[in-house]
Ligand binder design. Structure first.
Ligand code: SF4
Length: 187
């Protein structure tokens, strides 16, 4: 969907951003209410919200280098004892999990990278770093609620891969992360 901008006297309204607000602040709570009675559909509803959000964020065409990459702690392999929550650069870069690759990617683009153990910490990181755009990796539940919390900041959400089930040794498609970085940071 193209970004439609309606301009009036001193006012400019980005229709894509407005639509994103409707999706996140109105449609999302309605779907979660419906999901309370249709529990098996909850994750597919959350996935649909993320997809709609991403489409609308892309239509807004935000360009910025002030990007925050926000990761879930379950990307770190479970038997690694290094604490990454307050400083992801504690990682020894052994390569047993994708944290090393994500550090290398974000270093190459000179971006902020953080691991959050939950919504409260994620909100704190966003408040401190004040990014102009976010690339967030998480499960559908945390991603969809995080999109609502951080609106109107444009966030591209990338659901993680969970080959061993939820919250355990999860993975992310690194090409999707790189594509999202180049989307926001393109010249
Ligand atoms: S790359 Fe190695 S040191 Fe870094 S978080 Fe993963 S397992 Fe731990």
């Amino acid at each position: 969907m193209p970004a439609v901008v309606i301009s009036g006297k001193g006012c400019s309204l980005n229709v894509s951003k407005l639509s994103r607000g409707v999706v996140l602040k109105i449609l999302y709570p309605i779907l979660m209410l419906v999901a309370a009675f249709m529990k098996s559909r909850k994750e597919s509803f959350q996935h649909a919200i993320i997809r709609m959000n991403n489409r609308l964020v892309r239509a807004e065409k935000t360009r910025t280098k002030k990007i925050l990459i926000l990761l879930p702690h379950c990307l770190q392999i479970s038997d690694c004892e290094i604490r990454l929550t307050h400083n992801i650069y504690n990682c020894k870069r052994c390569g047993r999990c994708e944290i090393r690759d994500l550090i290398e990617i974000t270093d190459a683009f000179k971006l902020n990278l953080s691991v959050a153990t939950g919504g409260t910490l994620a909100r704190k990181i966003v408040q401190e770093l004040r990014p102009e755009a976010i690339i967030a990796v998480a499960c559908e539940r945390d991603l969809s609620s995080g999109l609502v919390d951080t609106f109107p900041i444009p966030v591209l959400g990338i659901p993680n891969e969970r080959p061993f089930g939820p919250c355990f040794n999860t993975r992310v498609d690194l090409d999707k992360v790189k594509e999202a970085i180049t989307f926001f940071g393109r010249d």
